[in-house]
Design a protein around this ligand. Structure first.
Ligand code: HMG
Ligand code: MG
Length: 319
């Protein structure tokens, strides 16, 4: 297939600091979160999902979101996003200087109930004042739709159910809408069917693909989505994360792997792969987790062996 038909410029949204770290059982020190976000900003991401102003009883790891937002070094070209489930969250996000707030619901009733403790319709009603206040404050509004390709409680989710939530989020005034495969069950044909359906309800240029990699389908799904015109993708450095309300779900697709693929396709992201790989190495070591990026691990090994060869050549020359 020719890559001429693919969108040339891709916006990568780095969600590791939020979607990745929210799932860590052990507290991640504030300084580590801040260094991770600063490294990602410096790597050139136009958008970093940095915080979640949600109930600390539901997601304890995000309880220090205000401190994180206060301590990061703001990069002029970077939009810092924060999840907000209600007006209380919005007020906190605005107070912390979030550039974009994210309301989140699901295409499956069962998941909405487990994740935000209400029905889809109730969530949208709750988001109405949130959306109005976000607009009044001049921040961007993004809507995220979980379980768009399958639900851990309900199983099959028809594309029509996703379209319905897209329409509701469009009516709220969302600038961007995320189609999320929370449990990574989607396959490329299904991904295309969903985006073909949702593109009839909301501009495809303002929809994103948010793929968890539980079944190893995420890169293929991104390539499939690219072919339908999607140009915004979410990814998590070092493949951090999972979802506290979707047992067994792994992290988002690793950012390094996505970047490696997009660079190979000749598509432009504005993000420095080496800097992301170094950020992935930093966070994996800091929280004592294996690095889940295949490209990250491969390139780190290559660089280390090159460095040791250069080192031994220099030592020989000096001897
Ligand atoms: P609730 O228990 O039904 O609500 O939770 P409540 O209004 O009765 O509040 C309960 C307590 O939480 C109260 O405290 C509130 O003050 C407090 P108490 O009086 O008991 O001491 N509270 C808050 N505290 C801080 N910030 C807030 C806030 N709101 C209430 N904003 C609620 C309802 C929506 C709040 C709760 O269910 C919640 O916070 N859920 C968030 C779940 C979450 O963050 N999930 C992970 C993110 S979504 C995700 O990862 C999916 C995504 O990646 C896409 C994909 O992959 O699918 C985006
Ligand atoms: Mg997610």
């Amino acid at each position: 297939m020719s890559t001429m038909t693919l969108p040339r410029h891709i916006k990568l949204v780095e969600v590791g600091p939020r979607d990745g770290l929210q799932n860590e059982a052990n507290p991640v020190p504030l300084a580590v979160k801040v260094e991770l976000i600063d490294r990602l900003s410096a790597a050139g991401f136009a958008n970093v999902e940095a915080a979640a102003f949600v109930s600390p009883k539901w997601v304890p790891q995000m309880a220090d979101s205000a401190q994180v937002m206060a301590a990061i070094r703001r990069h002029p070209g970077t939009t810092y996003s924060a999840l907000v489930p209600n007006l209380k969250g919005l007020e906190a996000a605005l107070g912390a200087g979030a550039d974009e707030v994210v309301v989140f619901s699901a295409a499956s009733e069962a998941f909405a109930r487990r994740n935000i403790n209400c029905s889809i319709a109730e969530s949208i009603a709750r988001f109405e004042p949130v959306a109005q206040a976000a607009k009044a404050a001049g921040v961007r509004l993004r809507g995220s739709i979980s379980c768009a390709l399958g639900c851990p409680y309900q199983g099959e989710v028809p594309p029509a159910a996703v379209v319905e939530v897209v329409q509701r989020m469009a009516a709220l005034g969302c600038d961007e809408i995320d189609i999320a495969d929370t449990i990574g069950v989607g396959t490329p044909g299904r991904v295309q069917a969903v985006f073909e359906a949702t593109s009839r309800a909301f501009p495809i240029e303002r929809q994103s693909g948010h793929f968890h990699d539980t079944y190893g389908q995420a890169l293929a799904n991104i390539f499939a989505a690219l072919q339908t015109g999607v140009s915004i993708f979410h990814a998590s450095v070092a493949g951090l994360g999972g979802c506290p309300y979707a047992k067994g779900a792994t992290g988002n697709v690793a950012t390094e792997d996505v970047l490696y693929m997009l660079q190979g396709l000749g598509l432009h992201t504005g993000v420095d792969l080496r800097a992301v790989i170094e950020a992935g190495d930093f966070i994996s070591r800091s929280i004592g987790r294996p690095n889940n990026s295949r490209a990250g691990r491969a390139l780190l090994t290559t660089w280390q062996s090159t460095a040791s060869k250069v080192g031994s050549t220099q030592a020989q020359a000096a001897a």
